[in-house]
Design a protein around this ligand. Structure first.
Ligand SMILES: NC(=O)c1ccc[n+]([C@@H]2O[C@H](COP(=O)([O-])OP(=O)(O)OC[C@H]3O[C@@H](n4cnc5c(N)ncnc54)[C@H](O)[C@@H]3O)[C@@H](O)[C@H]2O)c1
Length: 437
C-alpha cells in the first residue's frame, strides 16, 4: 500500500519504519527538518532499539523516504496516518493544536485529490475528537464528505518506548474504529500480518479504549506501589505478595470484576478495604488509591439517586433485588439496600421484591436482621413481582435474578427501568436507563 505518516516522533518513526519493512511504500512527513533529514540518510530520528536498522534498509530499498512537504506525502499515498503529539495543557485537558494543524493541512491536500483517501488517527485523542474535531475540519477545508470521498479511522497505538518495534509486531491487540466499510476492509488487509486479536469498532469506542488502557495501567502501578508501602511497614516482602497475587488468574488477573455496573458490596469487600486502609493510616502511610475506594463506591450509590432517579420527578419506586447479588440472601453492605434507604429517607413510596430475601425472611439469617434492624425494609417487602411492577413508576433492577431477565420493558411503556446490572442487552429502549452504559 502507499502510506504517509504525519509526525515522525516516537510513534510515527516506528510505524513508518515497520510499515516500510512490511513492503509498503511509506512517505514520512514532519515539520521538523532535522528528523526528515535523518530518515532520508537512513538514520533513526529517536533512540529506539533496531530502528536504525529498519530505516536504513527501507531507505536503501526505496520503500521509505521523508519530507517536510505534506503535499508530496499525500500525493504519494492512499492512507495518511496522523501521529503528531497530543500534549497536556496546564489544566490537564488535551492540547489538540498539532492535531488541528495537521487536519487542516491534510484537508487542503485532500481537496486536490480525486481518489478515496483514508485518514487514520494513531495519536491518542479523547473520545469525540474524530467526529467533532478532525472530520469536520477536513470536511470543511476539502469540501469533501467522510465516508464518501475520504475515510476516517481511529487506530490507537499500544507500543511502549524501548521495545517499540517488538510491540509493533506483537501488540496486545489491534483496534480499528471507523464508520465506513471501505476503510475497515483496507485496514483489515493492512494488519493481516499480525497475529494479535483484531477489533473492529466505531470511532469513539476505539478512542476510549486507549484511555481505559492507560488509566488501568496507572491504577495497576499505583495499586502495586500502595500494597508495597503497607508491606514494607509490616515487614512483609511485597514482591512475594504480588507474585502470589498475580498467580491468581481467576479473580485477580482476569476479566472478573471489570464490567461497569453498580457499587460493590457484600460481607467482604467493604469490610476488608476499610480494615486495610485503617491499618495503613495507623502505620502513617497515605494510600490514596485504596483510600479512594469507599468514597468512590458511595458516590456510585448516591449518583443513582441524584443523577438518575430524582430528575425523573416520580415518587413510586420498585426495587427488584435488594441483596448484594443474585442467588444470595446476604444483605450485609448491599449497595441496593443503601440506595433503598436513601429513597425511603427522602419520602419515596418504595416496594421491594427479592425472592431470596422473602425465603429467608421467615427463618434464615435475615429474620433477626429484618425484624430488628431493618423493619423499614421488612415492611416494604412484597411477594408478587407483577404487583410491584404494576404499583411502581420507576423500577430499579438491583440484581440479575432470572425473573428480572424475562421482564419485557416494552410491555410497560409507562414505567422507567433503571438497570444496575445490565440485565438486558437491548439497552436502547426509551423507558430503559443503564447505570453506566
Ligand atoms: N510515545 C509513546 O510511547 C506513545 C505510545 C502510544 C501512543 N502515543 C501517542 O502518540 C502520539 C504521538 O506521540 P509521540 O511520543 O510520537 O510524539 P512526539 O512528540 O515524539 O512526536 C510528534 C511529532 O509530530 C511532529 N509534528 C507536530 N506537528 C506536526 C504537523 N502539523 N505536521 C507534521 N508533523 C508534526 C513533531 O515535530 C514531532 O516530530 C501522542 O498522541 C501520544 O500520546 C505515544
Amino acid at each position: 500500500m502507499n502510506i504517509s505518516v504525519v509526525g515522525l516522533g516516537y510513534v510515527g518513526a516506528v510505524c513508518t519504519a515497520c510499515f516500510a519493512n512490511e513492503g509498503h511504500n511509506v512517505t514520512g512527513m514532519d515539520i521538523d527538518k532535522v528528523k526528515v533529514d535523518l530518515i532520508n540518510k537512513g538514520k533513526a530520528p529517536i533512540v529506539e532499539k533496531d530502528l536504525d536498522k529498519y530505516i536504513s534498509k527501507s531507505v536503501k530499498e526505496n520503500r521509505l523516504r521523508a519530507t517536510t512537504d505534506l503535499k508530496e506525502a499525500i500525493d504519494n499515498s492512499d492512507i495518511t496516518i496522523i501521529s503528531v503529539g497530543t500534549p497536556s495543557k496546564s489544566n490537564g485537558d488535551i492540547d489538540l493544536n498539532f492535531i488541528k494543524e495537521a487536519a487542516k493541512a491534510i484537508g487542503e491536500k485532500i481537496k486536490e485529490k480525486d481518489t478515496f483517501h483514508i485518514v487514520s488517527m494513531r495519536s491518542t485523542v479523547l473520545p469525540g475528537t474524530g467526529k467533532n474535531v478532525v472530520i469536520p475540519i477536513i470536511e470543511e477545508i476539502s469540501g469533501k464528505k467522510e465516508g464518501v470521498d475520504f475515510g476516517y479511522v481511529s487506530n490507537p497505538e499500544f507500543l511502549r518506548e524501548s521495545s517499540a518495534i517488538y510491540d509493533f509486531y506483537n501488540p496486545p491487540k489491534t483496534v480499528v474504529g471507523t464508520g465506513n466499510k471501505k476503510s475497515a476492509s483496507v485496514f483489515k488487509e493492512l494488519y493481516a500480518f499480525l497475529k494479535a486479536p483484531y477489533f473492529e469498532t466505531d470511532i469513539e469506542t476505539a478512542e476510549m479504549i486507549k484511555y481505559a488502557d492507560n488509566s488501568w495501567h496507572a491504577v495497576k502501578v499505583t495499586f502495586a506501589n500502595e500494597i508495597g508501602l503497607i508491606c514494607k511497614r509490616l515487614g512483609i516482602d511485597s514482591h512475594k505478595v504480588m507474585e502470589i497475587f498475580c498467580a491468581d488468574r481467576k479473580l485477580n488477573i482476569s476479566s472478573y470484576y471489570l464490567k461497569p455496573g453498580f457499587a460493590f458490596g457484600g460481607s467482604c469487600l467493604p469490610k476488608d478495604v476499610k480494615a486495610i486502609t485503617y491499618k495503613a493510616k495507623s502505620l502513617d502511610e497515605n494510600v490514596q488509591l485504596l483510600n479512594s475506594l469507599i468514597p468512590s463506591n458511595r458516590y456510585q450509590v448516591e449518583r443513582i439517586f441524584y443523577h438518575l432517579i430524582k430528575p425523573l420527578k416520580k415518587r413510586k419506586v420498585g426495587i427488584l433485588g435488594i441483596s448484594f447479588k443474585a442467588n444470595t440472601d446476604d444483605l450485609r453492605e448491599s449497595p441496593v439496600l443503601e440506595l433503598t434507604e436513601i429513597l425511603i429517607g427522602k419520602g419515596y413510596e418504595v416496594d421491594i421484591y427479592d425472592k431470596n430475601i422473602l425465603l429467608s425472611k421467615e427463618k434464615g439469617a435475615n429474620k433477626h436482621l429484618l425484624d430488628n434492624e431493618l423493619p423499614h425494609i421488612n415492611a416494604r417487602l412484597k411477594n408478587d413481582l407483577n404487583k410491584v411492577i404494576k404499583n411502581s413508576e420507576i423500577l430499579i433492577i438491583g440484581n440479575s435474578d432470572e425473573k428480572f431477565r424475562q421482564i419485557n420493558f416494552l410491555a410497560h411503556k409507562d414505567k422507567i427501568f433503571i438497570d444496575l446490572v445490565r440485565i438486558s442487552t437491548n439497552t436502547s429502549q426509551d423507558n430503559y436507563i443503564g447505570v453506566a452504559w
